[in-house]
Write a protein that binds this ligand. Structure first.
Ligand code: NAP
Ligand code: GDD
Length: 356
């Protein structure tokens, strides 16, 4: 049987790497789009990279979703059955500093891919398109827990840009009968998570402190709540969304949420640090160690809130209702929050040993 061809924009990212592994295991031929950068940054996919001079099932192409001619040519050359648009400036905090770039990538980038599909695939209707939508489109909407029927109220340039992409994906589906679908994914983490997202930042910071490489971990809002799942099982849902008879939009979540402080407390507990939370005169919280542990000394301030890490606007409480995905996709999360954090700590500890 002819191999299915998948094209992944954002292959070098967390989800891109897990999705590539998943699709190669399903016997797909995978093309991935990587950006030109001054240093090669394919570390998440180096273990699956295949030399294009041999008989590869994975080929990387240079590209950028801010460049229409590039997007158009890549889709035309690779002739994919499925396109996964995971490319994004994905950091919500950074989107307040780079609002226009975030819109170019996270909104118009999606439009560029859809336009290329519309022009190239007019008659065949072969290409299926997956858009990496996000729980950030719900923002601070009152309709909790969030499902496909909840109202949208994004609270950042990132969430707003992603809401455009959500709608344009729906519009192209309805206007041109393109198989275009949104996966509205809630937070998902893994040992491959970018270093400046809260889960990985906290774990790296605490392990660094234990080894004397960092004195204190500075954080922002400790009271936001997130619905955290494992990236590896969330990419399976992305694929399942494209295997349906009809294109549709799905919430993918765990249905449970925890605060940032719960996350920090869990990591500290798991690595065996004893500590107490206190508040300074300005109301900023900090944690002080109660005994020596590794390079951490008794009475050391190990965690401190710092206003640099507070956002101009915050999404306070995200929790998803994934019952539609469970019913139609037969998908449900299996990895618990505790198991996810345990796996991330274990991997970070190994990374640390390799480096030292
Ligand atoms: P990630 O690790 O930040 O990966 C993003 C990918 O997009 C990277 O490969 C990045 O390339 C690429 N990219 C960025 N700007 C680009 C551009 N202009 N042109 C082409 N590629 C570009 O994000 P992730 O966690 O894997 O998430 C994947 C997608 O799902 C993103 O769209 C994100 O917004 C969305 N999402 C994520 C979550 C989550 O919790 N992880 C939840 C909901 C939705 P570089 O490696 O060169 O930076
Ligand atoms: N990154 C970060 N750094 N977040 C912090 C910090 C800090 O020092 N201190 C507190 N936080 C809080 C943020 O204010 C936010 O409420 C929460 O921790 C989670 O932040 P992130 O891990 O950066 O993720 P996010 O929820 O903003 O966005 C992620 O999930 C979205 C889906 O809900 C990203 O992966 C997005 O791309 C994704 O769409």
């Amino acid at each position: 049987m002819k191999k299915k061809v998948a094209l992944i924009f954002g292959i070098t990212g967390q989800d891109g790497s897990y999705l590539t592994e998943f699709l190669l295991n399903k016997n797909y031929f995978v093309f991935g789009v990587k950006r030109r950068t001054s240093l090669i940054h394919t570390t998440r996919i180096d273990h699956i990279y295949e030399d294009r001079h041999l008989k590869p099932n994975l080929i990387l192409k240079y590209g950028d979703v801010t460049d229409f001619s590039n997007v158009f040519h890549i889709i035309s050359e690779t002739n994919p059955d499925e396109i996964y648009n995971l490319a994004a400036q994905s950091n919500v905090g950074v989107s307040f500093e780079l609002p226009e770039y975030t819109a170019q990538t996270d909104s118009i980038g999606t439009l560029r891919i859809l336009e290329a599909i519309r022009i190239l695939d007019k008659k065949k209707k072969k290409i299926k398109f997956y858009q990496a939508s996000t729980s950030e489109i719900f923002g601070n909407s009152p309709d909790k827990p969030y499902s496909e029927k909840s109202r949208f109220a994004p609270a950042s340039p990132y969430g707003t840009a992603k809401l455009y992409s959500y709608w344009i994906t729906k519009n192209y589906r309805e206007a041109y009968s393109i198989f275009a679908a949104n996966g509205i994914l809630f937070n998902h983490e893994s040992p491959r998570r970018g270093e400046n997202f809260i889960s990985r930042k906290t774990i790296i910071g605490i392990i660094n402190m234990l080894h004397g490489k960092q004195k204190c971990l500075y954080l922002g809002n400790l009271y936001a709540r997130r619905d955290w799942g494992h990236a590896k099982e969330f990419v399976e849902a992305q694929w399942k969304i494209l295997q349906q008879k009809k294109p549709d939009d799905f919430v993918i979540a765990t249905g449970k949420n925890y605060s940032v402080k719960d996350l920090v407390n869990l990591v500290l507990k798991k690595v065996g640090i004893r500590y107490i939370w206190k508040k300074d005169k300005k109301g900023f919280e900090y944690a002080v160690s109660l005994s020596d542990k590794g390079h951490i000394k008794k009475s050391q301030v190990i965690i401190k809130q710092d206003k640099t890490y507070f956002r101009p606007n915050e999404v306070h409480d995200l929790k998803g209702n994934y019952s539609k995905a469970k019913r139609i996709l037969k998908w449900k999360p299996k990895v618990s929050f505790d198991q996810l954090i345990t796996e991330m700590i274990k991997k970070e500890t190994e990374n640390h040993k390799k480096l030292s």
